[in-house]
Design a protein around this ligand. Structure first.
Ligand code: SF4
Ligand code: SF4
Ligand code: SF4
Length: 308
């Protein structure tokens, strides 16, 4: 059986990538337990959202992004979906029932496929905050992150001569100023709520226990500030989207309408990253990968020696 040198090198490079991904991801234990106590997140509650889009405007201002007009005459920002100039969007579901809103943005996965796929570590999960960050200087524009993101989040600047990948980074450039995600800072109802991830998870669980029709206090803007508003509890779908999906995410969503109707994909609980981990650790434990790489290199060097 003959093997071309180019094919071998491609296979070896692919295996090394998978291996590198496995090493970077660590063992497949519950990722949430391993999150730093300083990990932050966003809880979006569709039942509290009034569709004002203040969060979209604030996001554009905080990230210095232009409006997306609907047509050439139009001066208003009317994006239809996430894009290289819209990192956060409120969409409306109107399926004949009561209209419901949904917020789309990067979910800051606990086991982010984009981080694993990026060959140059331009995307990283911050050890302290858990924010999935992007380094434009490292990016080579391969767009692997776009292909693997299960939520279709990263966007590419197609019309820029020096294109970057764009996605929400929780406005982490504001953290040093004592500020936080602009969408949550600006939300008038508490529908977008920022804070320590563990507190937000508890708050989401508390809301699922609420009795519909009764009035409760709901934290506003940042769960740590103590600022609250009184709202009547509406019925919730008894699920927190993001609690389990593909290993969990640092953006959690609550809704009164089935999440699939809001355009959120139904995905399995086990992350794809953990599949890569198992494959690479199996290969390593049986020394298959090093043996394959060594065998391939030996073959190539012998063949080159013969030619000479
Ligand atoms: S939602 Fe997509 S872009 Fe965001 S962290 Fe998860 S895989 Fe990466
Ligand atoms: S496009 Fe950039 S960020 Fe995305 S995978 Fe490639 S190098 Fe990484
Ligand atoms: S600012 Fe708050 S209430 Fe207004 S659209 Fe955004 S999430 Fe909904």
């Amino acid at each position: 059986m003959s093997i071309k040198r180019r094919d071998f090198l491609k296979t070896a490079a692919g295996s090394s990538l998978a291996l590198a991904a496995g090493i970077r991801s660590g063992p497949a234990e519950a990722k949430e337990q391993r999150l730093s106590p300083e990990a932050v997140g966003i809880l979006y509650d569709s039942n509290l959202c009034i569709g004002c889009q203040a969060c979209m405007t604030a996001c554009k201002q905080a990230n210095d992004m232009p409006v997306e007009p609907g047509d050439q005459e139009d001066i208003w920002d009317r994006p239809l979906d996430l894009s290289a100039t819209t990192l956060n969007i409120i969409k409306m579901y109107d399926g004949g029932e009561t209209p419901a809103f949904v917020k789309r943005q990067c979910l800051h996965c606990l086991e982010p496929a984009c981080v694993t796929a990026c060959p140059v570590s331009a995307l990283e999960k911050d050890q302290r905050t858990g924010v999935v960050t992007y380094d434009k200087k490292a990016c080579i524009g391969c767009r692997y992150c776009q292909i693997v993101c299960p939520y279709n989040v990263p966007k590419f600047e197609w019309d820029d001569p020096f294109p970057q990948i764009r996605k929400c980074q929780f406005c982490d450039h504001l953290f040093d100023q004592g500020r936080y995600s602009a969408c949550c800072e600006s939300c008038p109802t508490g529908a977008s709520l920022f804070g320590p991830f563990r507190d937000l998870k508890q708050e989401a669980e508390r809301r699922l226990q609420m009795e519909p029709g009764r009035y409760y206090e709901f934290p506003v803007n940042h769960i740590g500030t103590g600022k609250t508003q009184t709202h009547k509890a509406e019925p919730y779908v008894r699920e927190i989207y993001g609690a389990e999906e593909l290993g969990g995410t640092q953006v959690l969503l609550l809704s009164g309408v089935d999440f699939t109707k809001l355009g959120l994909p139904k995905v399995r609980n086990k992350s794809y990253v953990s599949d890569v981990e198992s494959i690479s650790s199996t290969l390593y434990s049986y020394m298959l990968l090093p043996a394959a790489v060594f065998g391939g290199l030996l073959y190539v060097s012998k063949r080159n020696g013969k030619h000479e």
